[in-house]
Design a protein around this ligand. Structure first.
Ligand code: 5AD
Ligand code: SF4
Length: 452
């Protein structure tokens, strides 16, 4: 059914729900931009939309089940008003492909992560049958974006992943790694900057292997070269990136954090496990010592860096000793924050086939609790080093807990709630007077404001 199946009058309205990672946030901004250029406006509620869209994730089972519950509501809304169009994009759609129509017959259009532009084709065609689009065809960079915050932009530098982590569904949903040409990325950031973007986050499944598949004057491009090129762009005050792989975290990238003005003092370095035996089973291609060497190199060049990580507990075969090694690494590195996950078998991955040494659920939960205790303790302790300092904060909006106060982020990626006069999009100086594991609090330095 085409978009002319409009049920609420002339203006077509869409509602989009995004699940998953920042790559999906990015794709959703492109979807919104594209829909608005087609004349759609955003509906505040799903029930008010004539185009109901989901941008899905498949990384863990919990992501699947959360989304399926939302899809149930779309089914009901479509039954009430059959003129509605229901679309499902992203990694879950890609991982089940055409099966989506058999399992959920009310879905009109489904598309994988490389197929965002096909949504427009579908909506502007007179197609009366359900359509699925799953071949990767290109980046969404050329599509217009509707940014959630006008001063923060995403830059998709590559798609796909050549790693073979045994637990991960991404290589099967996003395919082999393809990097975008450096000149194209620079032009995109220049356009963002002209548009008012001050902070750009470089996105890829494995950002620091960027460029190996490219040739500039016969040689590959490198991630540090890209960082330098983006740093040189006028108006860009902050650069972030996610996620790097420890195996590709070379000295040139570490040095860039010390040398480039706008590259933030924050590195997210996914550990996954502190046991070399489990890392091998995960096919991470580094061991505990190599990981710790990278951390030492980072701390040598950027002593005040904020380090964050991802850790999985309960991978098949993880013994108490293996888990204790993970805890040891956590104690040694002292992360500023960490995302912790219970292993979730994903369809099509080799870890899902493992049958030996499966960790019983209560043991997984208990390990998770022990890990969280350590992670939160370090996060709280590490945050204390900011108390008493005056730090640069990019203002994002009002505080979520107290509308009288503002909320922003330091270069270390710490959320700060503060009182002051600054408005969203501004960079200001905040004197930090309190720190918990999650957030900092403070007061805007009005002196700096007058002087600035
Ligand atoms: N089970 C649990 N956690 C997973 N992650 C990826 N795949 C799985 C899985 N099957 C975690 C990893 C990754 C983060 C984005 O999600 O820690 O870094
Ligand atoms: Fe989820 Fe991974 Fe897809 Fe991001 S790339 S949406 S985390 S499955």
């Amino acid at each position: 059914m085409g978009a002319e199946g409009d049920i609420f009058g002339e203006v077509k309205r869409y509602h989009l729900t995004t699940f998953g990672c920042q790559m999906n946030e990015h794709d959703s901004e492109r979807m919104k931009g594209m829909l608005e250029s087609l004349g759609y406006t955003e509906a505040p509620e799903r029930a008010e939309a004539d185009l109901i869209l989901f941008n899905t994730c498949s990384i863990r089972e919990s992501a699947d089940s959360r989304f399926i519950a939302h899809l149930g509501e779309a089914k009901r809304l479509k039954r009430e008003q059959p003129g509605r169009v229901v679309g499902v994009g992203g990694c879950w759609a890609q991982s089940v492909k055409e099966e989506v129509f058999a399992r959920f017959p009310f879905v009109d259009v489904a598309f994988g992560p490389g197929q965002v532009h096909k949504l427009a084709e579908f909506l502007t065609s007179d197609s009366l049958t359900a359509q699925g689009y799953f071949e990767f065809e290109g980046f969404t960079g050329h599509l217009p974006a509707r940014r959630t915050r006008p001063f923060q932009g995403w830059l998709q530098i590559s798609v796909g992943c050549n790693c073979a982590c045994s637990y991960c569904i991404v290589p099967s949903t996003r395919g082999r790694e393809v990097s975008r040409p450096l000149a194209e990325l620079v032009a995109e950031v220049e356009a963002m900057s002209a548009d008012g973007v001050r902070e750009v986050t470089l996105l890829g499944q494995n950002v620091n292997s960027y460029g190996r598949d490219l040739r500039i004057d016969g040689r590959p491009a490198s991630f540090s070269e890209l960082l330098q090129a983006v740093d040189a762009i006028e108006g860009i005050e902050r650069i972030r990136y996610t996620s790097p792989h420890p195996k590709d975290m070379r000295e040139d990238v570490v040095r860039a954090h010390a040398e480039l003005r706008s590259l933030c003092e924050h590195i997210h370095l996914p550990l996954q496990s502190g046991s070399s035996r489990i890392l091998k089973a995960m096919r991470r291609t580094y061991d505990r010592q190599r990981y710790l060497d990278r951390v030492a190199l980072i701390r040598e060049h950027v002593p005040d860096v904020a380090l964050t990580t991802d850790i999985i507990v309960g991978f098949p075969g993880e013994s108490e000793e293996d888990f204790a090694e993970t805890l040891e690494v956590v104690e040694e590195v002292r992360y500023d924050s960490a995302f912790t996950f219970i292993f979730s078998p994903r369809r099509g991955t080799s870890a899902a086939e493992l049958t030996e040494g499966l960790v019983p659920h209560p043991v997984k939960v208990q390990r998770m609790e022990r890990l969280l205790e350590a992670v939160q303790r370090h996060a709280r302790e590490r945050a204390q080093r900011f108390v008493g300092r005056t730090m640069e904060v990019l203002v994002e909006g009002p505080s979520r807990t107290d509308p009288e106060r503002m909320r922003g982020r330091t270069r270390h990626n710490k959320v700060v709630n503060f009182s002051g006069l600054a408005t969203p999009g501004e960079l200001t100086q905040v004197r930090i007077d309190g720190a918990s594991s999650q957030t900092l609090s403070g007061e805007e330095s009005l002196l700096a404001r007058v002087a600035g």
